[in-house]
Write a protein that binds this ligand. Structure first.
Ligand code: ADP
Ligand code: MG
Length: 339
């Protein structure tokens, strides 16, 4: 019998791999916003059309790329952020897998313009099915603009799985908010079909929270701030009166990365104990910062699930910090401290 195994062509392999990273417009939005943050941008604009199905464009004023890097960045496993496996445990950037742009280039029509400060001209590059179809110099200011059109144009089965525009836009807004909350010192805007949905001037975390979650929170949040040798926590928690019947406004960030953690959520909830009705959820925006060696962020392609080296310590710390914050604002009558 003849041999049957063959290597898949790069563009097919990329399309398959893209399935893990880019499931819907919002996943691409997350990757592009994080790249802009990693590039040191102070202004990041997100433009979408038809909830990202027709167009997703991110324009930043970050460091930009050289002509060669502008081609390289679309290769799989191409990254400037790590060089070896040990770097994974010192990671300070949002990205490191070098897969996002390769995935995007495999499932959308991409046009990127980028320029570094030291270069006279920028580079404009167009990619389709993972292949560069055009490249030329372009006059522009320092930074990067990436536009991806017609997501999944070449993977009809995937395109058919996309939900209605309002649903996909909701997912985009969720990802946008998570990044915007984590970096209040960066200006962000979001426009859909020419209509501006967010315009977030740079400012403090409290300002960012009220810009996004509503000005009503200004008088209804309590600051949290605790520092130990092992970890720091800061942010804001809602007074008990902010508790709602829906889980909505609850955000955890570990080293500035939004994470989903039922375990840590439980730590916060337990600190409120009898102060809020059962089945209601207080607002919180909490940042935990610790040595990157103490967390593994590489357990899931989207990096929203992470593993702590010592989960119990983090739990106890979060619970104590929230109790302490509530107590300081004399919101609770009786308390025991764990730390
Ligand atoms: P990762 O972010 O994991 O490194 P990506 O595929 O998202 O992988 O990006 C590949 C590389 O392209 C990055 O490491 C970075 O060097 C470069 N890059 C991507 N987006 C930008 C940007 N907006 N500005 C400057 N460089 C960028
Ligand atoms: Mg990236």
């Amino acid at each position: 019998m003849a041999d049957r195994i063959q290597l898949l062509p790069d563009n097919i392999a990329n399309q398959i791999a893209a399935g893990e990273v880019i499931q819907r417009p919002a996943s691409a939005v997350k990757e592009l916003l994080e790249n802009a943050v990693d590039a040191g941008a102070t202004e990041i604009k997100l433009l979408v059309n038809d909830a990202g199905k027709a167009l997703i464009q991110v324009i930043d004023n970050g460091v930009g790329m050289s002509e060669t890097d502008a081609r390289m960045c679309f290769e799989r496993h191409a990254t400037s952020k790590i060089q070896n496996i040990n770097d994974l445990f010192h990671i300070r950037t949002m990205g490191f897998r070098g897969e996002a742009l390769a995935s995007i280039a495999a499932v959308a029509q991409v046009e990127m313009r980028t320029k570094r400060d030291q270069d006279e001209a920028g580079t404009c590059i167009e990619i389709e099915n993972s292949v560069v179809v055009k490249q030329s110099p372009v006059a522009m200011v320092t930074g990067t603009s990436i536009a991806m059109k017609n997501l999944f144009f070449n993977v009809p089965a995937r395109r058919n799985f996309l939900k209605s525009n309002p649903v996909e836009l909701r997912h985009i807004v969720d990802e946008f908010i998570r990044v915007a909350l984590a970096f209040p010192h960066i200006f962000f805007s979001l426009t859909n079909n020419g209509q501006q949905l967010f315009h977030l001037d740079a400012g403090s975390l409290k300002q960012r929270i009220t810009q996004i979650l509503g000005s009503g929170y200004a008088a209804k949040v309590v600051p949290v701030k605790e520092e130990t040798d092992y970890l720091n926590i800061h942010g804001f928690i809602g007074k008990p009166e902010t508790a709602k019947k829906t889980r909505g406004d609850q955000y955890f960030f570990v080293n500035n990365r939004f994470i989903k953690s039922p375990y840590l959520n439980h730590a916060v909830m337990s600190a409120y104990q009898d102060m809020i009705p059962a089945d209601s959820f207080p607002m919180y925006v909490l940042f935990i910062d610790l040595d990157p060696a103490q967390v593994d962020v590489n357990v899931h392609p989207t990096k929203q699930e992470i593993k702590f080296e010592d989960e119990k310590i983090v739990y106890a710390f979060v619970q104590a910090a929230v109790k302490h914050a509530l107590a300081q604002f004399s919101i609770t009558p009786s308390l025991e401290f764990d730390l």
